[in-house]
Design a protein. Structure first.
Length: 307
């Protein structure tokens, strides 16, 4: 850069232009260059994320400018995702530790979990109770848990439930263990090293939730470089993207309570899901951005599914 920016605001404007020049891929932390660059600046300078707009007038010291320069060098030239630079990611108010061992948390479940909870609780009436009178959810599971973020959200959403969290990657489970402990949930969230339910003790769940690998293998080569920094195991869904989903649905038949639900986030596979599983009566939940990529499957549909 010919003339180095002096204030945080000048650095922000410089970063936005640099993001455009370098054609940086977004979506892992923020959807705009402004938001991601401001986040990195505040973190690099150890300033609160809730800092007032007047913070943009703050002048950087020489040491701070060097620190910021290095952060953006790694982001722009090495294509390191912002979350791996800061070692953190957020889902709503919840902060999680992340590094290259796990996919960066980004899920519609944050938006949809309250509605999913109503569906589960409303359909689980005690025997002999009035219709529609539900009871607390007792057991839930997050399949392909990665950093453990969704297991933590489930534990907060269902305070009386036992939560299982499953992943095939020992490295991811190490991160999940840290996050579960940080959120003081080690007594309620149990981690399992398993390929879907293969090595998980038999249990009946009120809710099976998963944001599984669903990118078709051939499409991995076309991902932006930032996304290739994430673990392939967390992205690769096989030839058509449905390998893990097929296995999960088949095994879920024996793992659900009679009124239980399977809820899956499947990215761009909605049409493929409808085509491959017409007997399951997939119910698609609406999201604010219109992606509508989360489906709900009732236990009864699965029990009668020929597979």
């Amino acid at each position: 850069m010919a003339t180095k920016p002096q204030t945080l605001g000048e650095w922000l404007k410089w970063a936005e232009r640099a993001y455009a020049r370098h054609e940086v891929a977004l979506g892992q932390v923020a959807v705009s260059a402004h938001d991601e660059a401001l986040y990195l600046l505040l973190r690099a300078l150890e300033l609160p994320l809730e800092s007032p707009p007047t913070v943009l007038k703050r002048k950087l010291t020489a040491e701070q400018a060097e620190r910021v320069t290095e952060v953006f060098r790694r982001r722009l030239e090495e294509r390191v995702p912002a979350a791996y630079l800061t070692r953190e990611a957020f889902l709503g108010e919840h902060r999680f530790y992340v590094d290259e061992r796990v996919i960066i948390p980004r899920s519609y479940f944050l938006e949809l979990l309250p509605a999913i909870a109503e569906m589960v609780e409303g359909g689980m009436a005690r025997k002999g109770a009035r219709a529609g009178v539900g009871h607390p959810v007792k057991r839930v599971v997050d399949v392909c848990t990665g950093s453990g973020c969704l297991a933590v959200l489930l534990a907060h959403q269902f305070p009386e439930a036992k939560v299982d969290a499953i992943d095939l990657s020992p490295e991811a489970l190490a991160v999940a263990k840290f996050n579960v402990a940080t959120h003081h949930l080690a007594k309620r969230v149990r981690l399992h090293h398993s390929d879907v339910f293969d090595a998980v003790p038999t249990a009946k769940y009120d809710l099976i939730l998963s944001n599984p690998p669903y990118v078709p293998t051939r499409e991995l080569r076309g991902l932006p470089e930032e996304f290739t920094k994430e673990p392939r195991l967390a992205l690769d869904g096989g030839r058509d993207g449905l390998d893990i989903i097929r296995k999960l649905l088949w095994q879920a038949r024996e793992r659900l309570q009679p009124s239980g639900l399977v809820v899956l986030e499947v990215g761009g596979l909605r049409a493929a899901m409808d085509k491959n599983f017409p007997e399951l009566g997939l119910h698609w939940l609406h999201t604010e951005d219109g992606e509508d990529c989360v489906c709900v499957i009732q236990a009864g549909r699965l029990l009668n599914w020929p597979g």
